[in-house]
Ligand binder design. Structure first.
Ligand code: ADP
Length: 454
């Protein structure tokens, strides 16, 4: 029945009661009294029914509805129907949550969910096994009280979650875990923990293999190179064809040697931990001294290719780090700039402060690089095109070495380039790697930074 009909029926019923009461009252000569008494009984009955309904609704788990009469039956039916629907929805939701939890528990990866106060809300079985979380005592505990490793605490508080954190397992140092944090909801966090022990092992095997093979090839190559040099040095009566062959062999062995040296350097960089910042006098790289020798080398190389070297550095800062590594990185960038410059052009080498960050920049007016290649330049053996490689004789590892060195020094490589206009390679060192000379005014540097277009 429609709700409108129900109200009409109720109104008609009330009208009928009123008319009957009025007639009965009239018959006895007490019309008003009988009418009032009837209405009071009617309201009292309704109130009684409403009270029953209220009690029924107040129950934690309301069972069967109370037996009411009149229009209230319909209301109770509606409420009862809604309750049943909500119960069904709740059951379905519980089922979904249960299935989600069961599937999360079946995962190899550890999952932990934090509330917006960074306290543990829920975690799966793998998380318990991997980082030793215990139910129920760890529920509601701040995650940094449970995972106290300083690197984790620093990573967690710094909130730079773009790249994962790799840590030794807090339970067993033989295992290595990767932690990834994702934000969701109202500053809730999801921590994903992956066991990457096998991956790390494979990576170590790969890098050991490269290091070993490079090492093993070194001796035969040195012998080969020595003999070729001897043959070329001694005054043998070689025909032009033979001489050409020997010269080509010498060129190729030299190329192989620099390739092996670069491979060895790369695997050394990968294996050893990065140098510490602000450690001691030994870790201070005096830029004027370093740049002097680099520029000297660049000028010798530039002369062969008609490229001039310009230099701008006021000696305002030095760097903390490993001198050999920084030298190798800077030298690779400078050599590339000279190699890929157009004849009769200039290469500009600059050092300047960007706020409190020390920058080393090399600008060339060379052939430039298409933007699609820029993000891949630091990959091993990535070359923009083969002709460049054959013309310069590079190993294809120079920028990979630069990337590794900078990573180990908490520095960043920025590359700007336009085809046929030239390239700008900038190494930006973090504040803690930069030792600014006490007399330097930082105000002036800000103006200079903008002038360089960074
Ligand atoms: P390579 O030894 O071949 O120079 P790198 O790793 O140093 O290897 O550089 C990777 C590639 O990046 C090079 O092959 C070259 O194509 C490109 N490249 C690097 N520096 C420059 C530059 N200053 N101008 C143009 N192209 C460059």
């Amino acid at each position: 029945m429609l709700i409108k009909d129900l109200w009409c029926k109720e109104a008609r019923k009330l009208l009928f009661i009123v008319v009957v009461a009025a007639l009965v009252g009239y018959g006895f000569g007490f019309t008003l009294e009988v009418l009032c008494l009837t209405l009071v009984i009617y309201w009292a009955w309704q109130i009684l029914q409403l009270r029953q309904i209220e009690r029924w609704l107040a129950q934690q788990d309301p069972g069967e509805p109370p037996h009411c009469k009149g229009f209230l039956i319909h209301l109770i039916d509606r409420v009862y129907e809604l309750q049943k629907r909500e119960k069904r929805a709740q059951l379905a939701l519980k089922g979904i949550i249960h299935r989600a939890q069961a599937s999360a528990n079946a995962l190899e990866e550890g999952i932990a969910i934090l509330d917006h106060y960074n306290c543990l809300e829920w975690w799966n079985k793998s998380a318990s096994r991997m980082i030793g979380l215990q139910y129920p005592q760890d529920t509601g505990q701040p995650i940094t009280h449970l995972l106290r490793d300083p690197s984790f605490v620093h990573y967690f508080n710094e909130q730079k979650y773009e790249s994962p954190l790799v840590l030794k397992s807090p339970e067993s140092l033989k295992r290595t875990f990767e932690f990834r944090i994702t934000l969701f909801g109202k500053n809730n966090k999801l921590i994903l923990i992956r066991d990457i022990t096998d991956l790390v092992h494979l990576e170590r095997v790969r890098s050991d293999f490269i290091a070993n093979i490079s090492h093993e090839l070194r001796t035969p190559l040195t012998v080969l190179k020595g003999y070729i040099e001897t043959f070329l040095d001694i005054d043998c009566q070689f025909s032009d064809r033979h001489l050409l062959g020997f010269q080509s062999m010498q060129e190729q062995t030299e190329r192989m040697q620099s390739l092996l040296e670069d491979l060895l350097l790369l695997s050394k960089l990968e294996k050893s931990p990065g140098p510490a910042a602000k450690l001691s006098k030994e870790s201070l790289v005096l830029l004027p001294k370093l740049l002097d020798s680099l520029i000297e080398e660049a000028r010798v190389l530039g002369k062969k290719r008609d490229v001039s070297i310009e230099f701008d550095f006021e000696g305002t800062f030095d760097l903390y780090g490993c001198p050999q590594e920084i030298r190798s990185a800077f030298s690779n960038i400078i050599i590339n700039a000279v190699h890929y410059s157009k004849p009769n052009s200039s290469v500009f080498i600059r050092c300047f402060l960007l706020g409190r960050q020390g920058c080393f920049q090399v600008v060339d007016r060379g052939i430039g690089i298409e933007s699609k290649h820029i993000t891949r330049l630091t990959e091993r053996f990535y070359r923009v095109d083969q002709s460049r490689y054959t013309s310069t004789g590079g190993t294809g590892l120079g920028l990979a070495i630069v990337k590794h060195v900078l990573l180990r020094h908490q520095a960043e490589l920025k590359i700007e380039s336009h085809i046929d206009q030239g390239s700008i390679f900038t190494c930006v060192f973090s504040e803690k790697r930069t030792r600014i000379h006490p007399v330097v005014s930082l105000e002036g540097n800000k103006l200079k930074d903008t002038a360089l277009g960074l």
